[in-house]
Design a protein around this ligand. Sequence first.
Ligand SMILES: C[S@@+](CC[C@H](N)C(=O)[O-])C[C@H]1O[C@@H](n2cnc3c(N)ncnc32)[C@H](O)[C@@H]1O
Length: 227
Amino acid sequence: MNYNNNNINKKSKIIGVLERLGEQSRLERMGAENVAEKDLMLAITEDTGKFLSILLTSMNANNVLEIGTSVGYSTLWFALALSQNENGMPHKTKKNIITIDNDRSKIMRAQKNFIDAGVFEMVNVVEGNAVDILPQLLDSHNANSNGGCDLFDFIFFDADKDNLTNYFDMSLPLLKKGGLIVTDNILSPEEYRLVMSKFVKYVRNNESVSSVTVPIGYGEEVTVKTK
Ligand SMILES: C[S@@+](CC[C@H](N)C(=O)[O-])C[C@H]1O[C@@H](n2cnc3c(N)ncnc32)[C@H](O)[C@@H]1O
């Protein structure tokens, strides 16, 4: 099988799992599925996934960090974009996506979804509290710029909201100049409005970024590192 066929097969496998999870998420949002609160996917919307995937493709992104994996729906949108970028296939020896979650049962569901989508090799799922993991990533980058963690093209915040300003401060040194931080839930649900508006003010006061809210899905803050 040639390289192009491989790539088409890879893409259709990812899309198959995205469609299955997208339908599950849609039913979850409608309240049609009887799912215990702890098992909810709480995934981004499909149009948000497409939008983020378009951003990653247009940047030819190669390194992504995500805070808040859940069962891997958003991660799969990133994998879809990365598997189509200039390099074509994920790096053989390197995990291109690092995604962090502190819920083991969600991580196990995500790992299964990554296997089904054929992207297990490109995703490093890190279990733990993101507040503890981010400094470790920075140490790893600083300690060994060859073998340690590379700077990221794209960082996605979709976990607990009270730590957002900490995540922002800890992630900025991990982001390349010209790279993006995207934050979900800026406009919805209503219960997050206050904490999100404080976060948006905090980000826009930082002189090394430029930032705008895009009213898609639950509202995405798209922040580019300019310095
Ligand atoms: C909204 S869900 C993520 C949805 C996912 N990004 C998607 O769109 O498919 C939030 C996730 O963040 C995780 N989380 C919450 N607080 C965390 C923390 N402090 N560190 C790591 N993960 C956390 C939760 O376990 C949950 O799975």
